[in-house]
Design a protein around this ligand. Structure first.
Ligand code: NAD
Length: 336
């Protein structure tokens, strides 16, 4: 099938090309993100392949349809950047990669916890400058501390398991509890999780219900000095409220792999430019904040799986097979 791959990077090119040996799709790689300015580049392609920062809103979907596109293949799990109702309305199918090595993101979340706690980011820079002093690097033992997992799906469950292995008490909150997780975690109310956890790690999807879940009000309930980790989606956290909580020292530390305005920043080398986002720039000034630029998924295993599943989704669409990884709004729309 002819597919245009938006938001290309060398690693996507490499892994998709390798995986495509088994599928034989006709792939065209282009660097721009998909949005209303770039959508014309998809004209004549029956399928577009997109990632987390591509804007697949109603206007873009309408233009895609006019240009002959019938399929949007997300090479990621989250689909908050796609207007599913609009896709159903214009008759474009949407597929995604629901599961790809959840260990990649889970291990990254744990890396952020360990780095922040033992201040590895500061120790690394100090020692390279010949500063071997220990003041300011004091951590705590995670053993017997309480870790709250918000969202115990594929990724959250693994983070809980790993932290249980460290000897932590694991609390969990999820509207759909998982019996496997009960073996090492106690499901509690959101209020109890926020009040009792030394570390809170977010693994729920971004939906209208979870938008700014971590806001000023919620941050007032957390245990003073609590660490918050977000490897899920940036807009789960009201960043301005988090900055206020860091300044008042209510929040002890913050580890982010995602940021609510990341689309203008992440995946690009901006080291020669002045960062225009003042909220992001403020975050970078805190010694107790670490930010990685959405690299949780970035392991060889995960990218290989993403590439293979994306191309298999496209093949299933092309051959008219069942679309196991379709995402839809649930609305039935009649098409002419
Ligand atoms: P999943 O669907 O397996 O699990 C999500 C869980 O969140 C489910 O158990 C669901 O019941 C729960 N949930 C839904 N609403 C909730 C709420 N209001 N409060 C608490 N829990 C709630 O998803 P997953 O594969 O574990 O991925 C989790 C998130 O991680 C995804 O939504 C995605 O945005 C993000 N992600 C990030 C990266 C990265 O590179 N940083 C990579 C993959 C996924």
């Amino acid at each position: 099938m002819r597919v245009v791959v938006f938001s290309d990077k060398p690693y996507w090119h490499r892994f998709l090309t390798e995986a495509n040996e088994a599928f034989g799709h006709d792939l065209t790689f282009i660097e721009p993100n998909l949005n209303s300015q770039t959508v014309a580049l998809a004209d004549g392609y029956p399928a577009v392949c997109v990632f987390v920062h591509d804007q697949v809103d109603a206007a873009v979907l309408g233009s895609l349809r006019k240009g002959g596109t019938n399929l949007v293949a997300l090479r990621c799990a989250g689909f908050n950047n796609v207007d599913l109702e609009a896709a159903a309305e214009v008759g474009i199918k949407v597929v995604r990669v629901p599961a790809y090595s959840p260990h990649a993101v889970a291990e990254h979340a744990v890396s952020l916890i360990l780095t922040l706690n033992r201040k590895i980011h500061r120790a690394y820079a100090r020692v390279r400058e010949g500063n071997m002093a220990l003041e300011g690097l004091l951590g705590v033992e995670l053993h017997s501390k309480t870790v709250g997992i918000l969202g115990t799906g594929r990724i959250g469950a693994i983070v809980g398991q790993i932290m249980h292995g460290f000897g932590c008490r694991v609390l969990a909150y999820d509207p759909y509890p998982n019996d496997e997780v009960r073996r090492f975690a106690e499901y509690v109310s959101l209020d109890r999780l926020s009040a009792e956890s030394d570390v809170i790690t977010l693994h729920c999807p971004l939906t209208p219900d979870t938008y700014h879940l971590v806001d000023a009000q919620w941050l007032k309930q957390v245990k003073p000095g609590c660490m918050i980790i977000n490897t899920s989606r940036g807009a789960l956290i009201d960043t301005r409220a988090a900055i206020h909580a860091l300044k008042t020292e209510r929040l002890g530390s913050l580890g982010l792999d995602v940021y609510e305005e990341e689309a203008d920043l992440f995946f690009e080398d901006l080291s020669e430019r002045v960062i225009q986002d003042d909220v992001f720039a403020r975050l970078l000034t805190f010694p107790n904040v670490i930010i990685t630029a959405h690299q949780g998924f970035f392991t060889r295993e995960a990218i290989s799986q993403i590439a293979a599943t994306t191309l298999a989704n496209i093949r299933d669409f092309e051959t008219g097979g069942p679309l196991a990884n379709e995402v839809s709004s649930g609305r039935k729309v009649k098409h002419k």
